[in-house]
Design a protein around this ligand. Structure first.
Ligand SMILES: O=C(O)CCC(=O)C(=O)O
Ligand SMILES: [Fe+2]
Length: 370
C-alpha cells in the first residue's frame, strides 16, 4: 500500500470514529491549508501611554484614539500590548486552566452546568446546531449574573445565576477571581477609548454597566483527528459590548475580513485580542460592525483561550446613540432589552431548537420601513 493510501485509510477511520454531531456541512468547512498568518494582520495597538505614572499627553491620546477608530471601522478586531494587566495573574490563570481541563471527566462534571445553573463546565456547546470541538468552564465576573427569569415583555421578574467552583484544582477560583478583576478594569478603559473614537464623551456608555452581566470562559480545544471537518467554535459574532481574549501560542482564531476572507490572528505573547460585539454595532448605528470569527482546530496540539465578555446590565436598553443618527445616517435599529436578549440566547443553548437564535438583525429598521 502506498504511503498516501495509508494516510487516506487512517483519515477515513478517524472520520468514522468521530461523533457526526461535530461534522460541518461542506460549505462551512475550514480550509485549514490557508490558516497561515502571512497575508494580513489585525492591527496591533500599544497601550503603554495609559500605563505610565504620568497622564498621557493629549496628542498621544488622540493618536491612540485614531488607531482604535481605524481598527474598529476596518476590522472590528485588534490586538493590544502593554495593557497593564499583571502577567503574573495571567500566567497563573493559564496554568490553573490547564490543570482543571486535565482532570478526569467525573471531576469536571461535578460543576457541570444545566438549565438552572448555566455557569460551570460543559462540552456540548453548539454553534449554528453543529457541536464545537471544545470543552469550557464559564464563570460570572462579579460572582453572580442577574437576568430576567423569563422572556415575557411585561415581566420584570429576575433570577440570579451563581458561580459553581470546583474543589480541584484548589487554586482555580482565586486565579479566576483575581484575573477577572484586572481584565474588567482593562475592558472599561477600552470601552472609554471606543466611546472617544466614536466622537462621544469617554464615559458615555458607562451607565449601561452598573450591574453588568459580564462573564469569562475558559476554553480548551483538544487535538482533533478531523480538523478539516470540524471547528473549535463555529462562525459567530459576540453578542455583548466587547470581548477581551487571551490565547496561547498555538493559534486557531480566524476573523472574517470585510471581503469575506478568513484571516488567522497570529498569537502575540501576552497580548489581548479585542473585538467589538453586537451592542457596540447597534450603539454606533453600524459605524463599527461586530465581525464574524471562528476557531480552527488541529490534529497535533491542544489550545487554550480565555475570553472575557463585557456585557451590559440586564435592564439596559440597546439602541443607536442619538448623537450618531442624522439625515445621512438614519437610525438602523429598534431598541431591545439586553437581559431578555441574553436570556433568549441561554434558552436556545439548552433547548437546541434547530433554528437561528436571536440576532441583532431581528431588530434592524430597513431604510424603506420608516
Ligand atoms: O478561542 C478563541 O480564540 C475564540 C473564542 C470565541 O470566539 C468565543 O468563545 O466567543
Ligand atoms: Fe467569539
Amino acid at each position: 500500500m502506498e504511503v498516501s493510501e495509508i494516510g487516506l485509510e487512517s483519515k477515513s477511520q478517524a472520520f468514522l470514529n468521530v461523533d457526526q454531531a461535530f461534522i460541518l456541512s461542506p460549505e462551512n468547512r475550514p480550509n485549514t491549508k490557508h490558516s497561515d498568518f502571512t497575508r494580513d494582520r489585525i492591527p496591533l495597538i500599544d497601550l503603554s501611554i495609559l500605563n505610565s505614572t504620568t497622564p498621557p499627553h493629549p496628542t498621544s491620546l488622540a493618536s491612540l484614539v485614531t488607531q482604535i477608530h481605524a481598527a474598529c471601522r476596518d476590522w472590528g478586531f485588534f490586538q493590544v500590548i502593554n495593557h497593564g494587566v499583571s502577567l503574573h495573574l495571567l500566567h497563573t490563570l493559564q496554568s490553573e486552566t490547564a490543570r482543571f481541563f486535565s482532570l478526569p471527566m467525573q471531576e469536571k462534571t461535578k460543576v457541570r452546568r444545566d438549565f438552572d445553573h448555566p455557569l460551570g463546565y460543559y462540552d456540548t456547546e453548539l454553534t449554528k446546531n453543529i457541536r464545537d470541538w471544545k470543552e469550557v468552564f464559564d464563570f460570572a465576573c462579579r460572582g453572580i449574573i442577574r437576568l430576567p427569569s423569563n422572556l415575557e415583555i411585561d415581566s420584570n421578574e429576575t433570577q440570579t445565576l451563581t458561580n459553581q467552583w470546583p474543589e480541584n484544582p484548589p487554586r482555580l477560583r482565586e486565579a479566576c477571581e483575581k484575573y477577572a478583576e484586572a481584565v474588567e478594569k482593562l475592558s472599561f478603559i477600552l470601552l472609554e477609548l471606543i466611546s472617544l473614537s466614536l466622537g462621544l464623551p469617554a464615559e458615555y456608555f458607562n451607565s449601561k454597566f452598573e450591574d453588568h452581566t459580564s462573564f469569562l470562559r475558559l476554553n480548551h480545544y483538544p487535538p482533533c483527528p478531523v480538523p478539516e471537518l470540524a471547528l473549535g467554535v463555529g462562525q459567530h459574532k459576540d453578542a455583548g459590548a466587547l470581548t477581551v481574549l487571551v490565547q496561547d501560542e498555538v493559534g486557531g482564531l480566524q476573523v472574517r475580513r470585510k471581503d469575506g476572507e478568513w484571516i488567522g490572528v497570529k498569537p502575540v505573547p501576552d497580548s489581548f485580542v479585542i473585538n467589538v460585539g453586537d451592542c457596540i454595532q447597534v450603539w454606533s448605528n453600524d459605524k463599527y460592525e461586530s465581525v464574524e470569527h471562528r476557531v480552527v482546530v488541529n490534529d497535533k496540539k491542544e489550545r487554550f483561550s480565555i475570553p472575557f465578555f463585557l456585557n451590559p446590565s440586564h435592564y439596559a436598553m440597546v439602541r443607536p446613540a442619538l448623537e450618531l443618527v442624522n439625515e445621512e445616517n438614519p437610525i438602523k435599529y429598534k431598541e431591545y432589552n439586553w437581559g431578555k436578549f441574553l436570556k433568549s440566547r441561554y434558552e436556545s443553548n439548552f433547548k437546541h431548537l434547530g433554528i437561528e437564535n436571536l440576532q441583532i438583525h431581528h431588530f434592524s429598521i430597513s431604510p424603506n420601513s420608516s
